[in-house]
Design a protein around this ligand. Structure first.
Ligand code: GLA
Length: 390
């Protein structure tokens, strides 16, 4: 957690005034444990909130301006609440602007503006949901200070909508949902079609979740992501010959899929759909394994997930594959997979606590040999979703 006193001083340097009327909020990043590329197919995901994320210091202004600044680099700007629009050159500021825009469209009449200072601890472009974290903390803070209800499921939906519409990224609901609704030491089993969810205690005993950052920025992720989405939609259309009411792949189980997959004529589309239906099944098997305290089995399912994302969904790439391959060779590792959208970003591995040091050393070395890139590692603890701190 960031040093709040220091951040408060930085806020005062940026905007002036006193410490006493500054409110402070925090939203985490997230790691998805299993269930990848299933959310926009109405399937299950199983993410958890991290203990690091975005801290937001915020205070009302007397005019109708929105002041945005960050401690991460020298960037600050003011916007009039009356003319909020997307501007590529505003970079990350489009996330808070998107939230304000969504609130305005939802009928909120701001009586005054706000000054906001963001302190981000999530590495950018690592696939740990830095954008969802900014969106959710902004929505939660503004709703709270406006005296409006802070229903965290609704906030997740609002944040997703602003990312889809204002920022033009067609993401599913997983990231915003996890960031808004996470709970310390729990992972979230979320059914993305109905948004029914269960907080599942995640007790990995002497095993740790270790996140490995490939530091490969997720290049062409948006176009490839959208292409996967349309391939899934194509698969649904083809399968409608057998299931006329089908609207999302998550609505059929593996057995039903296998009996009808011959209807999907395009081989690539069939592979994509096979991944989705099997991955949803792996999430359900994972919950069973965890409830039976069978971490070995959970590790195998993590491996199965990565292999399917590599071979069927084809969203891994050399960096993620090299890191996962190196991880699986370390004694004491039960499973390793990519997490998030893919094409770079992070892996997550289940590693015995006695092996964590060797893991970082060995995986880091082999990964560098294979790719020339330097990896970063974070031993992960599961934290809370968005909350007010001060
Ligand atoms: C990104 C998206 C999520 C989800 C994952 C893949 O993180 O934002 O909605 O689709 O990719 O599981």
């Amino acid at each position: 957690m960031a040093n709040l006193q220091e951040l408060t001083q930085q806020f005062i340097q940026q905007y002036g005034g006193e410490a006493s009327d500054i409110a402070i909020f925090h939203a985490p990043g997230r790691v998805n444990l299993i269930g990848e590329h299933t959310d926009y197919n109405g399937g299950y995901v199983f993410p958890a909130a991290l203990t690091f994320g975005t801290t937001l210091l915020i205070r009302k202004r007397s005019d109708n301006q929105l002041g945005l600044a960050t401690t991460n680099f020298p960037a600050s700007k003011q916007f009039s609440l009356e003319s909020i629009h997307f501007d590529e050159s505003d970079d990350w500021m489009n996330y808070p602007k998107g939230i304000v825009n969504e609130l305005l469209q939802g009928g909120i009449v701001f009586k005054n503006g706000y000054d906001l200072l963001y302190h981000g601890e999530i590495p950018n472009g690592a696939g740990l949901s830095s954008s969802a974290s900014i969106e959710v903390v902004t929505a939660y803070a503004l709703q709270s200070l406006e005296g409006l209800p802070t229903d965290t499921v609704k906030i997740a939906l609002l944040a997703q909508k602003s990312e889809n519409e204002f920022n033009g990224v067609k993401c599913g609901i997983m990231d915003q949902f996890a960031v808004a609704n996470g709970k310390k030491d729990h992972a979230i089993l979320l059914m993305c079609d109905t948004l029914e969810y269960e907080l599942v205690p995640f007790d990995s005993g002497s095993y740790k979740l270790v996140i490995g950052n490939t530091n490969k920025r997720r290049g062409l992720v948006d176009s490839a992501y959208n292409e996967r989405r349309s391939q899934c939609e194509q698969a649904v259309q083809d399968l409608q010959d057998a299931f006329p009411n089908l609207t999302l792949l998550g609505q059929i189980n593996l057995e039903q899929f296998n009996s009808a997959k011959h209807l999907i004529k395009d081989e690539t589309v069939q592979k994509r759909a096979q991944h989705v239906v099997e991955e949803i099944d792996r999430v359900l098997q994972s919950i069973k394994a965890l409830k039976a305290n069978d971490l070995q089995q959970f590790g195998l399912l993590m491996n199965g997930s990565h292999d399917s994302l590599r071979d069927l969904y084809e969203v891994t790439g050399v960096e993620l594959d090299a890191m996962v391959a190196a991880a699986r060779l370390v004694p004491g590792v039960l499973g390793s997979r990519m997490t998030g959208a893919g094409f770079g970003g992070c892996t997550v591995s289940l590693v015995h606590e006695d092996s964590v040091e060797a893991f970082q050393e060995e995986v880091g070395r082999k990964y560098k040999e294979a790719t020339g890139l330097t990896a970063d590692f974070y031993v992960c603890t599961i934290g809370n979703g968005v909350e007010r701190i001060v």
